[in-house]
Design a protein around this ligand. Structure first.
Ligand code: ARG
Length: 245
């Protein structure tokens, strides 16, 4: 009787150890990307799948690292907290490098040059430059660099939206006068909406990078190495081209 118990306990322990190891292994094989998949053509949902430049780039990076990519979709302004709490391993979200964010995360090498664009209704005659935005109602996505710029405009009423699409919808409906959003998404929205037009080149250039938790040098180096390779071997260019059509 006693012996049977001992054997059972031993077997149980062995099973527990094997399961624990398997658990670790499984986790080691996964890399979690945080994003806000409402930002075409960098990340969005199409036919129930996450697609876009960042998504494909992240998949290629994961492949380089020998890991499986898992995507965690959330509000843009929740991304940095998700990184710092360990909910995600890195962020790829068309995120602009700026001094504020550099205090909280470590950025990878920069992979895309962008600039904020002003979107107005096609029939708008009085907004031609950023100076014409003084005192106007401006829509932006919460927590973005577009929001920061809108807040600097004198007497502007700034409306924050969950995503750029909602902002442009409100613009079409006449509830706001302009939207400030990154140039590439702006172009995508305008292409699908003849009621909208773009005013480009009014704001300074920005650069996108991916981000890791501050101090996570190991992952930062790994992503940088992979990014560098994908930029050199033409993978990056072909992804960009695919989404530029
Ligand atoms: N580039 C801008 C920023 O960093 C907007 C990024 C929005 N990205 C997104 N996936 N919604 O603030």
């Amino acid at each position: 009787m006693k012996r049977i118990f001992k054997v059972l306990i031993a077997l149980f322990l062995i099973a527990a150890i094997i399961l624990a190891f398997a658990g670790c292994k499984k986790d080691e094989g996964i890399i979690k990307m945080g994003t806000n998949a409402e930002f075409p053509p960098f990340e969005y949902v199409e036919n129930g799948e996450y697609v876009g430049i960042d998504v494909e780039l992240a998949k290629a990076i994961a492949k380089e690292l020998g890991k499986e990519l898992v995507i965690e979709d959330m509000a843009f302004d929740a991304l940095i907290d998700a990184l710092n709490s360990g909910k995600v391993d890195f962020v790829a979200a068309g995120m602009t490098v700026n001094a504020d964010r550099e205090k909280n995360v470590d950025f990878t090498i920069k992979y895309y040059n962008a600039s904020q664009t002003i979107v107005v209704r096609a029939d708008n005659e009085d907004i031609k430059t950023k100076d014409d935005l003084v005192g106007k109602r401006i829509g932006v996505q919460t927590g973005t660099t577009g929001y920061d710029l809108a807040m600097e405009i004198k007497d502007a009423v700034v409306n924050s939206y969950n995503n750029g699409l909602e902002a442009t919808m409100d613009l079409k409906n006449g509830n706001i006068d302009a939207v400030i959003i990154d140039n590439f998404p702006a172009k995508k929205y305008a292409e699908r909406n003849s009621e909208l037009k773009l005013i480009e080149g009014e704001f300074e250039e920005e650069q996108y990078a991916m981000a890791v938790k501050k101090g996570n040098k190991k992952l930062l180096d790994q992503i940088n190495k992979a990014l560098q390779k994908l930029m050199e071997d033409g993978t990056y260019d072909s992804i960009l081209e695919k989404y530029s059509e």
